[in-house]
Design a binder for this molecule. Structure first.
Ligand code: ADP
Length: 329
């Protein structure tokens, strides 16, 4: 395929919540664009920087030695202004002034909703690379950042298990996931948790109490309950309180893992995923495809229109809850 005639310069940015693996994706976009003879500009702080005209040149050396770094060299932000017609018009004006012919964004479903709104008012070829530690974006088996966050959580729970075991304690560990229980379920299986509470299923305190009592009678010396922050029964503190009210002979503690889940050096899986998607995003733009998200389905690159990404819900792997339950004896 030959490059679309007008495409000379593309922009890349990270938008919405941060996660590990973004730098690997930026590097892949820049190097791949250069491979295709394109110039690359970086937009700082996502949509906010687009409105504030924060464009920087991104030559090849600007992305040297960043593949292993967490965070994002382009910074990221949430933008209230981009939710307004005027904000989006200003963003478009700045894209034109900076000579941008196409845009690649590393963003979550919020960012994709935002750009979809923008594209109803303005004309620009855009390709998105999915990133979220929650792994709940439709159109890809894995989103950038999820694998690293999961491994960070498992490592943290392993450490909590050591102290829990030394003191014969039960820990309620709160992990990220406002609407999604993927991190909770996978880290639960990976760390051998006794119980898992997620937003996708109704959490019954009685059931958790029963599991913990059973473990206690079997002389387990430590137990871990993983709670996704958006669970319907409340966060880890609320669930721990409710459990204590029904059975107060447990020595319980709560640990909220918080923002550490978003940081750190990306796993090799996330680096490779981000690299593949960066190359695929540039390929798509150069070959004239637009307004799509590139993802990986069954280990192959898959392109999904923005409207499908935001309209469809990714199927939750309920069978994994069964695996966790069977193994928590
Ligand atoms: P993520 O991409 O990580 O899901 P957010 O949900 O915070 O992150 O969305 C990132 C940004 O996308 C928001 O700060 C806002 O500027 C923009 N955005 C989200 N939804 C819309 C929308 N419906 N219309 C316009 N802009 C939006």
């Amino acid at each position: 395929m030959i490059a679309a005639p007008a495409m000379k310069k593309i922009a890349v940015m990270t938008t919405g919540g941060d996660c590990p693996g973004l730098n690997a994706g930026i590097r892949a976009v820049v190097r791949s664009a250069i491979h295709h003879g394109l110039e690359v500009t970086g937009i700082l702080r996502g949509y906010e920087g687009m409105i504030q005209n924060q464009f920087i040149p991104l030559p090849s050396h600007a992305v040297s030695n960043i593949i292993q770094r967490g965070g994002t060299i382009l910074k990221t932000a949430r933008s209230e202004q981009f939710k307004t017609v005027e904000g989006r018009a200003k963003a478009y004006e700045n894209l034109r002034t900076n000579g941008v012919d196409g845009l690649i964004l590393l963003g979550g479903d919020g960012s994709i909703r935002g750009i979809q709104q923008f594209l109803q008012e303005h004309d620009l070829p855009v390709v998105a690379i999915p990133k979220t530690i929650d792994n709940d974006i439709y159109g890809t088996d894995y989103a950038v950042g999820y694998d690293t966050a999961l491994n960070t959580v498992v490592q943290a729970i392993d450490k909590i298990r050591d102290t829990a075991d030394s003191h014969d304690r039960i820990f309620f560990v709160e992990v990220m996931g406002r609407d999604a229980g993927m991190i909770a379920v996978l880290s639960g299986i990976g760390s051998g948790a006794e119980a898992i509470a997620i937003p996708e299923t109704r959490t019954r305190i009685e059931q958790i109490v029963q599991v913990l009592q059973r473990g206690w009678h079997r002389k387990k010396t430590s137990m871990i309950v993983i709670v996704a922050e958006g669970d319907d029964a409340g966060g880890a503190y609320k669930i721990a309180d409710a459990v204590r009210q029904r059975f107060d002979s447990f020595d319980t503690r709560v640990s909220v893992l918080g923002h550490m889940q978003r940081g750190g050096s990306p796993t090799c899986f996330d680096r490779v995923l981000s690299s593949r998607l960066g190359v695929a995003a540039v390929d798509a733009l150069v070959q004239g495809r637009r307004d799509i998200m590139v993802g990986v389905i069954d280990n192959k690159i898959a392109e999904t229109p923005f409207e499908t990404v935001v309209a469809r819900r990714k199927e939750f792997p309920y069978d994994l809850m069964r695996v966790a339950e069977i193994l928590s004896l």
